[in-house]
Design a protein around this ligand. Structure first.
Ligand code: 13P
Length: 246
């Protein structure tokens, strides 16, 4: 990822959903090689080994939904970047709003995870997004620039734009069936690039479906999509990949 600004990226985030049976059904039903886009699926940790077997010969890559900020050692319950690499993950989602909300991850923690991921050869997908209250109060841009402050520092320190991407996921659009408007998405993607001062890839996430994917990916500045619920269904996810290929 990262090199080709024209090729869209579709990342599926299963979150804490699915089963071994469902994995076989959904991944078995994916027909990725025929699409002209980059596709990654982020399944729960226990399914990574099975997923990498199921995806053998497929162009669909594997990703992690989270990673430990530490290298290795006595961190019960955590999974390291090296382990994700060992199980074939190419990228890792960090800073997802659900991790920030339910697991108290702050920007300092997200920054440490970013460093760990890069050090171990993973491509971090850095999630940012405002709540509805923040948007309604006119503070969406300010929230996003705060979430990106550490990343700007990394870029100033020499981190290259092709080493990572950003996913704009307005919290109010996640799992709600409500997507941001084309104007809101275009403006925020531009704001993200302005904040970072580099032409970073920016994906959109929040209630992306097969029916709205083409429209979302036609918005200037949208380099792809981060998909939750619709990635649990082979037909829906395939439809999104098809939309990304047009
Ligand atoms: P939904 O597509 O289910 O709204 O989830 C978006 C998301 O959080 C992806 O990371």
């Amino acid at each position: 990822m990262g090199a080709d600004m024209l090729r869209k990226h579709v990342i599926g985030n299963w979150k804490m959903n699915g089963s071994a049976t469902m994995l076989a059904e959904v991944l078995g039903g994916l027909r990725v090689p025929s699409y002209d886009c980059d596709v990654t699926i982020c399944v729960p940790y226990p399914y990574l080994a099975q997923a990498s077997t199921l995806l053998e010969g497929s162009a669909c890559q594997l990703g992690g939904q989270n990673v430990c900020r530490y290298d290795d050692g006595a961190f019960t319950g955590e999974v390291s970047a090296k382990m994700l690499r060992e199980f074939g993950c190419a990228l890792v989602i960090i800073g997802h709003s659900e991790r920030r909300l339910h697991f108290a991850e702050d920007d300092a923690c997200v920054a440490e995870k970013f460093d760990r991921a890069l050090a171990d050869g993973l491509y971090p997908v850095v999630c940012v997004g405002e709540t509805l209250a923040e948007r309604d109060a006119g503070g969406a841009e300010e929230k996003i620039s705060k979430q990106l402050a550490w990343l700007r520092g990394r870029i100033v320190a020499g981190c290259r734009v092709e080493q990572f991407c950003v996913a704009y996921e307005p919290v109010w659009a996640i799992g709600t069936g409500r997507t941001a408007s084309a104007e809101q998405v275009e403006a925020m993607h531009r704001w993200i690039r302005d904040c970072l001062g580099v032409p970073v890839l920016v994906l959109y996430g929040g209630s992306v479906k097969a029916s709205n994917a083409a429209e979302l990916m036609a918005i200037p500045g949208v380099d792809g999509v981060l998909v939750g619920g619709a990635s649990l269904d082979a037909e829906a996810f395939t439809g999104i990949c098809r939309a990304a290929s047009n």
